[in-house]
Design a protein around this ligand. Structure first.
Ligand code: UGA
Length: 434
């Protein structure tokens, strides 16, 4: 099949390369010429495990030719199905910002006005229920002059790709949700996913676009709430001197609970859970409903960094003292610092007058843009030398092997927000929930 993917973020680039690998011919459209040039050289514009191999295999001079990128929307006309993978950021009050999606849909519609026959558009971006039907469809219809269900199919297919493991998650989905409001659109979506379904045998959920949109929010909302619930329980554990990780291991044995997403600590960050929980809370309130559990999940998450700092306060007055911050990325395996819990921790340390030295194996450059005034070390040990305290914000594997390095601290006080440090040495060690 001939596919086009609008947007070359981590979702757009990943699905474009993965669909090419499944045998489709894919054109990836983006306004950024640097991104487009990179893909056309056979190089991925983002850091994702497994992506360099796929982009090199299918784009660039030595590729199969099944993947290329362009800034030209008219290339969409050569394709049968277009995936809209544009960003849906949040506004200051948490409401979803659809302006990039709206502009993309309008430009796509104007392009499709030149296509005489049927075209299917699939919304892949995370959008609040009703957006495909009430915002994207009218824009596409008006700009293209085509009617949905007649010459235009519009579907919704949410993504469940995690940053850092997006290629793996694409290839091994537990479910594929196909939201369509007419048979021909659903048939096209089935054809796109047929090679993946044959290979990975996922559950197929056929539904309408509105429900597909909600499935995405329910998925992320549930997982974010699960982490906040184990953090809430973990905070109780800490008060009673109980190790929340032992408790989580035990309750995770119950199939009804499941072992995943029970790692308690500093809480969730990234570009998805914070944005999506806020967007669905805002959207629900606009409908007149206040989702109490989701709001509590956000509140627990917001409070975890301050809980970590209050544990630190019990051991050290950090004013004018060197404090090492280990880990800046919102999770290991990425240089992404968006909504990283490390940001709140650094703000709290600054409020306390600490002299901060931070280290992260890949995310320091991004954090330097956010906090140019603090120090950045080239290694964990450099951050630890002469520090009066250390706080751990990301569970990078390399922190698990730190041992004698702590001897170089002025006082070996370690507050671990991610259950990663080996506390068996001569440390004053505090786990956040254990
Ligand atoms: C998340 C979802 O897991 C994906 O399914 C979804 O497609 C994606 O959002 C999205 O909407 O695009 P991602 O944000 O990449 O993926 O990261 P996760 O691995 O889910 O982790 C999110 C946050 O939760 C991280 O800060 C992580 O440290 C934290 N977390 C996760 C915990 O604190 N404890 C856990 O047990 C699990």
């Amino acid at each position: 099949m001939q596919l086009s993917v609008i947007g070359s973020g981590y979702v757009g680039t990943t699905i474009a390369a993965c669909f090419a690998d499944l045998g489709h011919t894919v054109v990836n459209v983006d306004i950024d010429t640097e991104i487009v040039d990179a893909i056309n050289r056979g190089e991925p514009p983002i850091h994702e495990d497994g992506l360099p191999e796929l982009v090199a295999a299918h784009a660039g001079e030595d590729g199969t030719g099944r993947l290329r990128a362009t800034t030209d929307y008219t290339d969409v006309l050569e394709t049968d199905v277009t995936f809209l993978c544009l960003p849906t950021p949040q506004q200051a009050d948490g409401e979803i910002d659809l302006s990039i999606m709206e502009a993309g849909a309008k430009q796509l519609g104007e392009t499709l006005a030149q296509k005489p026959d049927w075209h299917t558009v699939v919304v892949k971006s995370t959008v609040v229920p009703g957006t495909t039907e009430e915002v994207i469809t009218p824009l596409l219809e008006e700009a293209s002059g085509k009617a949905e269900g007649e010459q235009l199919g519009i579907g919704m297919n949410p993504e469940f790709l995690r940053e850092g493991t997006a290629v793996h998650d694409f290839r091994h989905p537990e479910k594929v949700a196909l939201g369509a409001d007419n048979d021909r659109t659903l048939e096209d979506m089935h054809e796109v996913f047929a090679p993946l379904i044959a290979e990975a045998d996922p559950h197929i959920v056929e539904t309408n676009s509105r429900t597909a949109e909600m499935i995405k929010y329910a998925n992320n909302g549930f997982l974010a709430t699960k982490v906040s619930l184990i953090n809430d329980i973990g905070n109780i554990c800490k008060e009673f001197g109980v190790d929340a990780y032992e408790v989580a291991d035990a309750i995770g044995l119950d199939d009804r609970i499941g072992e995943q997403f029970l790692r308690s600590g500093l809480g969730w960050g990234g570009s998805c859970f914070p944005k999506d929980t806020n967007a669905i809370i805002h959207a629900a309130k606009q409908q007149g409903y206040s989702p109490a559990v989701l709001e509590a999940a956000v509140e627990v998450n917001d409070n975890q960094p301050e809980r970590l700092l209050s544990l630190l306060d019990q051991h050290v007055d950090v004013a004018d003292q060197k404090v090492a911050v280990l880990g800046l990325a919102f999770k290991p395996g990425t240089d992404d610092i968006r909504n990283s819990r490390a940001i709140s921790v650094i703000e709290g340390l600054k409020d306390r007058g600490a002299s901060i030295t931070a280290y992260d194996p890949v995310a320091a450059a991004n954090m330097r843009e956010r906090f140019p005034e603090i120090e950045y070390a080239d290694s964990a040990v450099d951050a630890l030398v002469d520090a009066s305290a250390c706080v751990v914000c990301t569970d990078w594997d390399e922190f698990a092997v730190l041992d004698e390095e702590f001897d170089q601290m002025e006082q070996p006080v370690v507050v671990d927000g991610r259950h990663v440090i080996d506390a068996s040495g001569d440390l004053t060690y505090e786990g956040l929930t254990w």
